[in-house]
Ligand binder design. Structure first.
Ligand code: PLP
Length: 392
């Protein structure tokens, strides 16, 4: 048997295991001390009532012969794709329902869309980065070129000087881990680069709902020409807490074609071969997100996290510490004080202030010396953490 040897090239993901080990050791040495966990990348508030009610009704439908539903359309039910299409209209972008593919979450589609491309294409990935982009491409055996995100470009890397033809470019905005968000002009430079080099941008908009500044693009399709060079991946995880329910969507416009092949068409064919769709109950729940009540309730949850992010960033600002994110993202990314390295600062913060965060170096070499705090904790704990940061 010939195995996919690329799987052995995946780095062992020690980051979260190492965090857990260090926290466990701290607990053993300091029994009774309460830890503030701001390392979480997961939604912590429960599903909003409108979503829950709609899902309960969908369960009832599944329990009766007359309303039972078996396999649904592989690309997702039209009722949900139409709602997403309307959501794009609120962003002044026209995406038709047949350009939308419902998925079981963004993480799967980060790898799934790669089936469209040969493993001979080069991949461009920022460093630091959400690790799934790197892993998915290592599995396929693609050559990865990293572009540097750092303090000097406010963690929003510009296009490379060299023109890498036919490359797959991953962009995440608002970014995990840095929280940095591309503005229209900087994102347009990537779209122009992709069009010029016949490349494709895989745009991860998982955190789009956190954008407060209405001048910032919350979809790549607000940029002229993007429909001809970009795929957008989105998720219900961070807008509505579907991390455990699992639902997302990917947009491939019919304008996106290479060498006369329309990608929307072949992606649909690939989907039929590999996927039998997301559950009806899940899609009914996702659809409720876009109702008037659903949106109201979701906004309340998002405001809760946004306020947490504000508290953390205000404390860093008062201390004069360089940071990105927070304003349009649930993450605050900052330079470790006293020129500490990421893990050194992790221990310092844990041992002196009982705060747990995520060492930036875990997201790539340019993350060394930086640190991520998340706003997905409770208000009370975040307030306490912000007070403690002021004592740094
Ligand atoms: N993209 C980014 C940037 C993320 O941070 C995450 C999860 O943390 C995902 C995608 C995964 O989203 P999903 O839960 O829809 O798989």
């Amino acid at each position: 048997m010939y195995l996919n040897e690329n799987l052995k090239k995946l780095s062992q993901n020690y980051l979260f295991r190492e965090i857990t080990d260090r926290v466990d050791n701290f607990k053993t040495d300091n029994p009774g001390k309460k830890i503030i966990n701001l390392g979480v990348g997961d939604y912590t508030l429960p599903l909003c009532p409108t979503v829950v009610d709609s899902m309960k009704k969908a369960v009832d439908e599944q329990s009766k012969k007359e309303t039972f539903k078996g396999y649904g359309p592989e690309e997702g039910y039209l009722f949900l794709r139409e709602k997403i299409s309307d959501y794009y209209k609120t962003k002044s972008v026209n995406i038709s329902a047949d350009e939308i593919f419902i998925s079981d979450g963004a993480n799967s589609d980060i790898g799934n869309v790669l089936d469209l491309f040969s493993s001979d294409n080069t991949v461009i990935i920022p460093d630091p980065v959400y690790p799934a982009y790197v892993d998915a491409n290592i599995i396929d055996g693609r050559k990865i070129i990293y572009v540097n995100a750092n303090k000097y470009n406010s963690f929003l890397p510009d296009v490379p000087n060299k023109k890498f033809e036919s490359s797959i470019i991953y962009i995440c905005s608002p970014n995990n881990p840095t929280g940095a968000t591309y503005d229209f002009i900087k994102l347009k430079r990537w779209v122009d680069y992709a069009l010029e080099t016949e490349s494709v941008i895989v745009f991860d908009a998982a955190y789009e709902a956190f954008i407060k500044d209405t001048n910032l693009p919350s979809t790549i399709f607000s940029i002229p020409g993007a429909k001809r060079c970009a795929i957008e991946i989105c998720s219900f995880s961070k807008i509505a807490g579907f991390t455990g329910i699992r639902c997302g969507y990917t947009v491939i416009c019919k304008d996106l074609e290479f060498s006369g092949t329309v990608l929307n068409k072949i992606y649909k064919r690939r989907l039929v071969a590999r996927f039998n769709g997301v559950s009806y109950i899940t899609q009914v729940g996702a659809s409720a997100v876009f109702t008037e009540n659903g949106m109201k309730e979701i906004k309340k949850n998002l405001d809760y996290y946004k306020q947490n992010a504000y508290l953390l960033s205000s404390a860093l600002k008062q201390k004069g510490i360089f940071y990105t994110g927070a304003d349009n993202s649930p993450y605050v990314w900052f330079q470790c004080p006293y020129s500490m390295k990421s893990w050194e600062f992790f221990d310092y913060l844990l041992n002196n202030f009982e705060i747990v965060g995520t060492p930036g170096v875990g997201f790539g070499k340019n993350g060394e010396g930086f640190f991520r705090l998340s706003s997905f904790g409770t208000k009370e704990e975040t307030e306490l953490a912000a007070e403690k940061i002021l004592k740094l």
